[in-house]
Design a protein around this ligand. Structure first.
Ligand code: CAA
Ligand code: NAI
Length: 704
């Protein structure tokens, strides 16, 4: 027996224990151990039943993700599951913590399942660009029906023990106490009653073939929209079709073919990169030296778009929130903004009136800063204006507890300057949320020069409390995300003026995988906001820099996007999806004529290449300036804050996939047209010269 799998005989029951911290991933040693243990139990006449369980945090989190992309070693998990299911004594899986991916597939191959309360069960493979590859696509639908199985496999979500019981995924929920003891007692009872192995491959969940096929058709109908460009969800549907229409063994073969197609795909590589990047962003220099300050009560200043969204995010995480606005009317509006979010949840039955009341009981409002005197942390989300922000921080300096963390949600302003304006710069940090703040996963944690390490650690701990993905950023105009965004938006506007239409640019980028192209996004967020930013920056703009006026011309007509019924698109009668607007195209044509630009055609591929070259080039400058710690921090920022397709791993991962030399060659080509805008990042040039890629830099720096 390998050390990671133990086996012992207990009351005639062979107890097989997975013991491979942190999450009992099913790496080669565990698979070998399991195969040996099952074979030994089968060969031992004293064994009347088998219990498989895990120690530590959970039963198993599934395949060892670190093994993907390496040579595959036998036995693979599908064979282990086959051996478990074929066992002639009843096999009971005793689950706790998590039973995910291959871990749940192992449990499905067992004959009976018991789970501790609080166990999370799921097949999250789709989130890694995979399908369950150890028989899960065949056993699960047979066990719980096509509809429920497709829901679990296509969402990758975790079901709780209660739901799992209702679905028939498990047979019983253990009472609080010793799970293993209960599983062994059950195993003994089963063998005493002569209960036979009950195999999932023989379960009748697909007996109603017509209903199963109808469920499959319904699921398939939504795939193209929901998973544009992705492969795994379609292979999952194919595997379920095989489960419905073919014998079990044939179905396993279909699953295997789909699995092999996915495991070697760049999408799987991109998603696994994203998985590890989302964890490594938490490895920061301050993690060692700073212990987070406790945060229970939070002040939010400003009840506008961001303040109200941040308040909801904090309330949803169970914190106490006090909102401060400048007058009673603004406060009432801010409180209404918050209330509306919960009203909508109640209306759509995602929240009960009671839960809404309980949440809002933790929410108070005030028009005087004194209300923040006891707050553990304050987030300022007032107008984007240095004088206003400094005024707010002066008040906080005067009134807040000496150990309070003072945070700003500024998008662009110099946080070093804000910090230096008060008597306790070590307590000032940037917590840059994204709109809508209660939905978007990214939290840029902007680290000013003088901040204390424990304040940074508090920001990261808060992100965990809010279930957000934190990324450490340095201070500069726009930090990581907005600084890069500004540049690739410029590249898009250059193309717009040179001959591409906003609709082509949007479509090309949506086909690339973005949820929304830049012009659709601009219409959604409101053209007036970036217009104001452009006006503010006009005085400091390099006079040699190319400036495209098209967005300004739209704004001058009052076309701010969805909220005014038209922007780059038209939104008649409050429509949410825009229609192409011939007047916008005419306006762009006129502007080109006025500037003496002869429009030229771009292919969709050219659009994407320029856009990505601008993005990656600026990202390399962000890295070089030390604003982002590693390329992976940029990947996570762009995926979780800016709609970059997660299945491509992030822009830096994408750049590595394309090849940095090819990307730099593009930049050098564009540089001939506009040498100021397209200055290649020295860091990028250096990597190409050394034959390295961005991932080299990810490996090189660890801040564990
Ligand atoms: N393989 C290898 N390492 C894993 C892992 C896995 N399946 N799951 C988690 N880990 C590692 C994490 O990288 C992390 O390592 P570090 O401490 O070194 O950073 C550690 O375990 C703890 O994980 P988290 O920090 O994520 O802890 P958490 O409590 O927030 O979440 C979890 C735990 C829910 C299990 C989460 O880690 C998770 O979702 N894991 C992935 C589960 C998954 O996708 N499984 C399917 C694998 S594919 C498969 O099984 C295919 C098949 O059919 C054979
Ligand atoms: P907003 O205009 O919707 O809200 C600002 C609110 O602050 C208003 O309700 C106003 O009454 C209040 N306010 C102004 N001065 C105040 C004061 N002295 N005391 C108390 N309240 C005061 O603005 P929005 O969009 O919410 O932006 C707020 C901050 O968040 C800005 O710094 C902005 O740059 C930043 N931000 C905005 C994002 C967005 O998408 N809108 C995204 C991320 C950051």
């Amino acid at each position: 027996m390998t050390a990671v799998v133990q086996q012992a005989l207990r009351d005639g029951v062979s107890v097989i224990t997975l013991e491979d911290p942190p999450v009992n991933a099913l790496g080669i040693a565990v698979r070998r151990g399991l195969a040996q243990a099952i074979a030994a139990a089968q060969a031992d006449d004293r064994v009347r039943a088998v219990v498989i369980h895990g120690t530590g945090r959970g039963f198993s989190a599934g395949a060892d993700i670190r093994e993907f992309g390496r040579a595959r070693e036998q036995p693979w998990m599908g064979e282990v599951c086959q051996a478990v299911e074929a066992c002639t004594r009843p096999v009971i899986a005793a689950l706790h913590g998590m039973a995910l991916g291959g871990g749940l597939e192992l449990a499905l191959a067992a004959h009976y399942r018991i789970a501790a309360p609080g166990t999370r069960l799921g097949l999250p493979e789709v989130q890694l660009g995979l399908l369950p590859g150890a028989g899960g696509t065949q056993r699960l639908p047979r066990l719980i029906g096509a509809s429920a199985a497709l829901d679990l496999m296509l969402s990758g979500r975790h079901a709780g023990a209660g739901e799992a019981l209702a679905l028939g995924l498990i047979d019983r929920i253990a009472v609080e106490g010793d799970l293993l003891e209960q599983a062994v007692a059950w195993a003994n009872a089963l063998s005493a009653s002569g209960a036979p192995p009950r195999r999932s491959c023989e379960a009748q969940g697909l007996a109603d073939r017509a209903a199963s096929l109808a469920a499959l058709e319904t699921a398939r109908a939504g795939l193209a929209r929901k998973f544009r460009g992705q492969v795994a969800p379609f292979r999952i549907a194919d595997a379920v079709q095989a489960a419905i229409e073919q014998p079990f063994e044939e179905g396993l073969r279909a699953e295997r073919a789909g699995f092999l197609q996915c495991i070697d795909s760049p999408q799987r590589e991109g998603l696994v990169h994203a998985f590890f990047a989302e964890r490594r962003v938490r490895q920061i220099p301050e993690a060692r030296s700073g212990t987070p300050r406790p945060v229970r009560t939070v002040g939010v200043i400003g009840g506008g778009t961001m303040g109200s969204g941040i308040a909801v995010a904090l309330l949803d995480a169970g914190l106490h929130v006090t909102m401060v606005e400048r007058d009673a009317d603004s406060l009432a509006r801010g409180q209404r903004n918050v209330g509306k979010v919960y009203d909508r949840l109640v209306a759509s039955r995602r929240l009960t009136e009671g839960d809404k009341a309980a949440t809002l009981a933790r929410f108070t409002g005030a028009t005087a800063y004194e209300a923040l005197a006891q707050a553990d942390l304050v987030v300022e989300a007032v107008f984007e204006d240095m004088a206003v922000k400094k005024g707010v921080f002066a008040e906080l300096d005067r009134l807040c507890r000496r150990d309070a963390v003072l945070a700003t949600n500024t998008s662009f302003l110099d946080i070093d300057e804000i910090a230096a304006s008060i008597s306790r710069p070590q307590d000032v940090i940037g917590l840059h949320f994204f709109s809508p703040a209660n939905i978007m996963k990214l939290l840029e944690i902007v680290v000013p020069r003088q901040v204390a390490p424990d304040v940074v650690a508090t920001g990261f701990a808060l992100a965990d409390t809010l279930r957000k993905v934190p990324v450490r950023a340095g201070v500069c105009d726009g930090f990581i995300g907005n600084r890069i965004l500004y540049v690739y938006r410029e590249a898009a506007s250059h193309m717009l003026e040179d001959g591409a239409s906003p609709y082509q640019i949007d479509q090309a980028l949506e086909d690339f995988g973005y949820a929304m192209g830049p012009y659709r996004t601009a219409d959604l967020t409101g053209g007036d906001i970036s217009w104001a930013a452009r006006k503010r920056k006009a005085a400091t703009r390099d006079p040699r820099a190319r400036y495209v006026r098209i967005a300004d011309l739209l704004c001058e007509r009052g076309w701010f996007g969805q909220k005014t019924g038209r922007g780059f698109y038209q939104y008649p009668d409050g429509a949410r999806t825009g229609r192409h607007d011939p007047e916008v195209l005419a306006l762009i044509d006129a502007e080109r004529a006025e500037r003496g630009i002869r429009p030229r055609a771009f292919t969709d591929e050219q659009v994407v290449r320029r856009y990505m070259a601008a993005l990656v080039n600026e990202a390399a400058k962000v890295l070089q300036d030390g604003i982002a710690l590693r390329p992976l921090d940029i990947d996570v920022t762009m995926v979780h804050g800016y709609g970059f397709p997660r299945w491509r791993g992030g822009p830096m991962k994408y750049a590595d996939t394309v090849g940095l030399a090819a990307l730099l060659a593009d930049i050098r080509e564009y540089e001939k047209e506009d040498p100021l805008f397209w200055q290649p990042a020295p860091l990028l040039v250096g990597l190409v010269q050394r034959g390295q890629d961005f991932d080299t830099l990810n490996q090189g720096s660890s801040h564990a």
